[in-house]
Ligand binder design. Structure first.
Ligand code: MLC
Length: 970
């Protein structure tokens, strides 16, 4: 007997009130185990040394072993009563901390707040091999607390301790094979609960065939008892029933398989229930499988749906008692499948996570709820828990982390096409009379693996997606305006249907253009939706365009209807002679467009390739080109944005952009309408209004000028931005300095992305910033990586072949986002596309070492002022029209507010013409061009700088006048 044991005995005797007659050690007296256990715990918590601690801890565990259930319950109660928090110590610690808060007071408070039984359990863990015994003890506790809920607080103590002891960092992943030690096989046979095995023959079928794999996670404290094991079948195609997998007939060669089906995932230790080993265990398994079999395309599960039947029956929706022996014919697939979809994707616990435990596990691990199968498992157990239904969760390795983040942050449930369709169909009834907003947080899980699936997902038009949202959440606020006006989804739908009636009455048929030049309003968005609804082509025009510019657009696009501001109607009446209908729409819910008697509800079934919109871009030749965007362009880009930026119905966006461009309309508005989110609707940028709204918003999308201006306000603080999850900048380059200052001031790193009228959005900096979670840094000066489905390459200007990474070349883009061509300009369209379908953006860029695109220049000497594109040629042509001008060159120069602005260098025909020329040109240009295109400075010079070939050297002009606006007050 060692010293520890001797002291222990002494202590125990004292505790038990037994006097010893001699000084020599003797065997402990025979006392009931519970009494001994209590005494041993008390000794363990006394001031004993490490040596005794071990011995006493052993005694604690052996005494516990001897207890029956009643004794164990008694012991657990004892722990709760006797080893709690000392109220006096806690109060004193709290008061000390409140009087003088500091680190040491905080630590004291923390210690005082911990129930002493946690320390007791830690000391019990000193016994050799104690950890598995404590895990077993918790399994007992969880079983017994079902009868005795008052024991629950003790489970929190176990949970707290086991969570840190079983941290992911300690786990080891190993493959289990038919050659693994027998002991491990025995554990597998014992712990396989999903598809139990009768004997070793069955186990052999799961381990031995060449198309089977099994992986397990082990922990040093639990030796060869696996914590979790995962059984994998290598198969062709996504399996829809479990029988053939379990029977394991006719093994195939792994090289022929395209899918790894994870068909049984077992938590071996009940005592570790609810202890998270991190959310990437399955990812780790998949990585292991992939390392061995890189050709595999799909990683899926075939999982049970354990709580479905109980849930369905509790709701009273399950078919009339089909009885335990009823066969599958008692249930109709069209009844059970939508209910399953709702149960998986929409039924949440109070914490916002799915009700179904297996769903919580896989969705939290970054899978999507891909496909429901019914009937899929004919076993009585499955019939009892889910009427024989099963589900495939799908792991797409490159999306796992992003989905995990969305699940954790927004409780977003990613669903595959089948579930999405089922949920859509169920939506109208499901939303009737209930607040569905919180339960609708599922996002599409469009996949790259099957072309067919992908098309079906993107072929849903923006209008259809909006309609779904309007039906699903009719009373949700879509527009929230300054002054208190609010417009719901349903009201927007009603307005759009009335406008549709008006347009149809005006003769608009599918394929006809509907032009709009009006101030921003909810009704203008309804006009956009109405046009899409009836198959029209929406043509939004900048409100700054002058009469001359409008003449060109109306002439070129030949719209059937032009909608203008009521105050501008007179300027357009002359156009009626060409058969064009002029309608008006104001910002006060006024105008002829809103005067239809009855709504028009019929929806034109638009095909993905039909044009949805034309957006004019200024042209290098001075002639603007209409970029024709199809329904697929808009829908696919919107979907990529929603998924990448994790935009959901919970979002509240500050919308302060114009709605006649890609950014304000096809990014901000489309995303909001289709996600079922809300917008704070500002007619234009207003720094104070934005700062007022930031505390209640989640997202701001702007051009760099937004951020430059916000930074000028003292009101921009970390606090004001604390509820915002995303600041987006695009349409022009954001100064790295602004990015950095913004980050310092607010703690937010602005997400910069890259797009253009012809392509929508091409690339984005990462949304998920944590590199450990599969994200990356948002790097100032870069525009990130391509959106899903978009391909970006950088090619040499001369040969058009791809340049090595890091080298500058022309940026080219291909994908479902790229427009179908320029309106009635087939030659121009052909010039801008490569034979393999890549669109030549004209921008110069390079791809950095992390695969991020950096835009380093523009090929077409385009100027971007405050997010608006200006082509010098268009401005030069107007200037050159002045009789006193010999020639001119227009360039972009830095501007503190707009990033860049327009400057004109003008050579008069005669030096004597110089006087007053700048003012005259200002007037002339003001009549012909929108304000943002007008030069903010004219420089009258003797001659334009030219190179030896006679080409005007614009770079030199840009350099010469670079400082013109450096000190401008804005
Ligand atoms: C930056 C702005 C907020 C500035 O507008 P404001 O209304 O606040 O301007 P302001 O009141 O300060 O106006 C001061 C003067 O400048 C003029 N002005 C306004 N905007 C201007 C601009 N961008 N460039 C040059 N001048 C401009 C006004 O007419 C006014 O003229 P005066 O001096 O006569 O009074 C706005 O221009 C804006 O919202 N820009 C966003 C454009 C956008 O959405 N682009 C996306 C395109 S899509 C695209 O590019 C693809 C992609 O997104 O990737």
């Amino acid at each position: 007997m060692g010293h520890g044991e001797i002291w222990l005995l002494g202590d125990l005797f004292r505790m038990l009130g037994i006097r010893r007659s001699t000084q020599t050690p003797q065997e402990p007296p025979q006392v009931p185990p519970l009494q001994e256990l209590r005494a041993a715990c008390s000794v363990l918590m006394g001031g004993i040394g490490e040596a005794s601690r071990r011995a006493v801890a052993v005694r604690v565990l052996s005494a516990y072993e001897q207890l029956d259930d009643a004794g164990r319950t008694e012991f657990f109660r004892h722990l709760l009563q006797e080893y709690g928090v000392d109220a006096e110590v806690l109060t004193a610690a709290f008061q000390a901390w409140r009087t003088a808060p500091g680190h040491s007071q905080e630590a004291e408070l923390f210690t005082a707040a911990e129930p002493s039984r946690q320390e007791l359990l830690r000391r019990i863990n000193h016994a050799p091999g104690a950890t598995p015994s404590l895990v077993e003890m918790r399994a007992d506790l969880r079983r017994l607390m079902r009868e005795d809920p008052e024991l629950r607080p003790l489970d929190q103590d176990f949970h707290h301790l086991l969570s840190s002891w079983f941290n992911r960092g300690f786990l080891r992943l190993e493959e289990i094979t038919w050659d693994s030690p027998r002991q491990i096989h025995r554990h597998m046979l014992r712990f396989e609960k999903v598809h139990p095995m009768a004997d070793r023959h069955e186990l052999k079928r799961r381990l031995a065939p060449k198309d089977r794999r099994c992986y397990a996670f082990f922990h040093p404290a639990t030796g060869d008892v696996p914590l979790i094991f995962v059984e994998v079948a290598l198969v062709q195609g996504i399996p829809s029933e479990i029988g053939p997998i379990l029977r394991a007939e006719g093994a195939i060669s792994p090289s022929k398989a395209d899918t790894a089906a994870l068909y049984s995932i077992n938590n071996a230790l009940v005592g570790l229930a609810g202890i998270s080993f991190g959310n990437f265990l399955i990812k780790q398994v998949i990585e292991q499988v992939r390392a061995e079999l890189p050709h595999l395309e799909n990683f899926v599960t075939l999982s049970p749906i354990p709580g479905f039947r109980r849930w369905w029956e509790q709701r009273g929706e399950a078919p009339q008692d089909p009885g335990p022996d009823a066969d599958h014919a008692a249930i109709e697939p069209q009844v059970i499948l939508p209910a399953l979809a709702r149960y998986i994707a929409e039924e949440k616990r109070a914490d916002g996570r799915p009700l179904d435990s297996v769903a919580r596990f896989h969705l939290g691990n970054g899978a999507s709820a891909w496909q429901l199968h019914w009937p899929a498992d004919t076993s009585p157990a499955s019939w009892g828990s889910a009427y024989g239904a099963m589900i495939t969760y799908r792991y797409e390795p490159e999306k796992v982390e992003q989905r995990h983040e969305a699940f954790v942050r927004q409780r977003a449930v990613a669903v595959g096409p089948q579930l999405e369709r089922l949920l859509e169909r169920a939506a109208p009834e499901a939303s009737a009379g209930s607040d569905h907003q919180n339960s609708q947080n599922h996002s599409s899980a469009e996949s790259g693996t099957s072309q067919k699936e992908r098309i079906s997902m993107t072929e849903r038009t923006i209008h259809q997606a909006f309609l779904d949202q309007a039906q699903r959440r009719p009373d949700k606020i879509l527009f929230d305006l300054p002054g208190g006006r609010k417009v719901t989804y349903d009201q927007t739908l009603q307005t759009s249907q009335r406008i549709a009636a008006k347009l149809v009455g005006d003769g608009v048929r599918p394929g006809d253009r509907v032009a709009m030049q009006v101030e921003k309003s909810p009704e203008a968005v309804a006009l956009y939706l109405a046009t899409l609804q009836i198959g029209g082509i929406f043509l939004p025009l900048n409100t700054a365009y002058t009469g001359a510019e409008m003449d060109y657009f109306v002439d070129d696009a030949a719209p059937k209807v032009l909608v203008c501001d009521p105050s501008a109607a007179a300027q357009h009446t002359h156009r009626s002679s060409t058969g064009l209908m002029v309608e008006t729409l104001g910002t006060e819910q006024d105008g002829t467009l809103l005067q239809a008697d009855a709504p028009h509800a019929e929806v034109h079934p638009a095909q993905p390739d039909e044009p949805a919109s034309i957006l004019y871009t200024s042209g290098t030749t001075g002639r603007s080109k209409g970029a024709v965007l199809t329904h697929r362009n808009l829908a696919s880009n919107c979907r990529a944005l929603l998924e990448t930026w994790q935009y959901t119905s919970e979002d509240r966006l500050i919308h302060a952009l114009p709605i006649f461009h890609i950014h304000g309309l096809f990014v901000a508005v489309n995303m909001t309408l289709t996600a079922g989110a809300s917008m704070y609707w500002l007619s234009t940028f207003d720094a104070d209004a934005i700062l007022d709204l930031l505390p209640q918003s989640t997202v701001l999308m702007g051009v760099p000028t937004f951020y430059t201006r916000l930074l000028k306000s003292d009101r921009l603080t970390r606090e004001v931005c604390s509820g915002v999850r995303l600041f987006v900048s695009g349409s022009a380059p954001l100064l790295a300095a602004d990015h950095e200052t913004f980050a310092e001031r607010t703690g937010h790193s602005i997400l910069e992305r890259y797009g253009m009228t012809e392509t929508g959005m091409n690339t984005t900096n990462p949304y998920v910033e944590d590199p450990d979670a599969g994200g990356g840094l948002r790097k100032p000066g870069t525009v990130g990586r391509p959106f899903p489905g978009v391909e970006v390459r950088v090619v040499s200007r001369e040969g058009g072949e791809e340049v090595p990474q890091g080298e500058v070349g022309i940026v080219e883009v291909r994908g479902p986002n790229v427009f179908s061509g320029y309106w009635q300009m087939p030659e121009k369209t052909a010039e801008e596309f490569r034979e393999d379908g890549f669109f030549i953006t004209g921008d110069l860029g390079r791809i950095d070492e992390d695969g991020y695109l950096c835009i380093v220049g523009r090929d077409k000497d385009l100027i971007i002022s405050g997010g608006y594109n200006v082509y010098p040629k268009e401005v030069e042509e107007v200037i050159d029209d002045h009789p006193a001008v010999l020639e001119s060159a227009v360039v972009g120069v830095p501007h503190p507010d707009f990033g860049e602005t327009v400057l004109a260098a003008v050579v008069p025909r005669d030096a004597s013409d110089s006087e007053g020329l700048a003012e005259e040109l200002g007037t002339l240009v003001g009549e012909r061009l929108a304000r943002f295109k007008q030069p903010r400075a004219y420089r009258i010079i003797e001659a334009l700088p030219r190179n030896v070939m006679g080409k005007v050297q614009k770079a030199q002009l840009r350099k010469q006048y670079a400082e013109t606006f450096a000190a401008a007050q804005v």
